[in-house]
Design a protein around this ligand. Sequence first.
Ligand SMILES: C[S@@+](CC[C@H](N)C(=O)[O-])C[C@H]1O[C@@H](n2cnc3c(N)ncnc32)[C@H](O)[C@@H]1O
Length: 278
Amino acid sequence: MTAPAGDERDETDPYARIAEWYDVEHDSFTDDFELYLELLGGETRRLAILEVGSGSGRLLAALASAGYVATGVEPSAAMRARHAQRMAALPEAVARRASVVAGSATALNLPADQRFDVALLAQGVFGHLLRAEQRAAALAALRSHLRPNARLIVDVDLAGPRRLLESAGRLWLQGAWPTSQRLEIVEHLVVGEPGATPGVVEVTHLYDTHEQGGAVRRTLTRTPLALLSRGEVALAIQHAGYDIESLYGGYDMAPADDASARLIAVARCSSLPAEPSA
Ligand SMILES: C[S@@+](CC[C@H](N)C(=O)[O-])C[C@H]1O[C@@H](n2cnc3c(N)ncnc32)[C@H](O)[C@@H]1O
């Protein structure tokens, strides 16, 4: 992977050194997008969608290609740079429908009067919010940018962070993918350890690139992740002033239960005013 010009990589951003590998791993993943299309299917194509933690624009590009107007908020400059590259490869009329701003879940950095019909927290972004107060603040910030009756969709990995904590110190292979370099592959391994604060697991990601039988180049990054339960996520959403419509346990829309590895919560902005946050 080439470092940014002048090696201006942000050492505080865990995605700065792995943005390229993130895309190699996730670009072909479409299960969540297919679920979102299904959930939005009956509604007009001109819905305005906000994705918080939009990364390199994997979902924004797919949503824009399907006709939606999709805005992302993303803190990582490296991921936003990849978003720009992705959009440059799309037809102009599609790319115009997908934009991204520098911001975070608790500081959205959007014009005060901008409103959306749907908000997405996809692919574990909610787990990057480590404290309950941060998650509450993020849901409240989002709500102030949603139209009445707008939809909120939160996709959370419940089992992954817990499994990494329970097997602390042991390596797990996530998978291997061909990179854009001829004959080169990248392997993604993860290992967990207890985080500095309760309810958090510190995840170390190792991305190993090599040709068959060739020397290995290892890139390492760390992401702390919140350990979340189905009840905790559902309560946080309700307390922030949303009405839960459905709790799915996976992209196949099976109802969530105690054994569910994921939670996909679908909620609406309730008609009642949100409770003031403490
Ligand atoms: C697992 S990636 C998901 C990217 C994208 N949503 C997707 O589905 O491909 C998590 C993203 O969340 C972003 N992120 C981390 N902390 C965040 C925060 N506090 N607010 C918003 N986004 C955050 C990261 O920079 C990263 O791009």
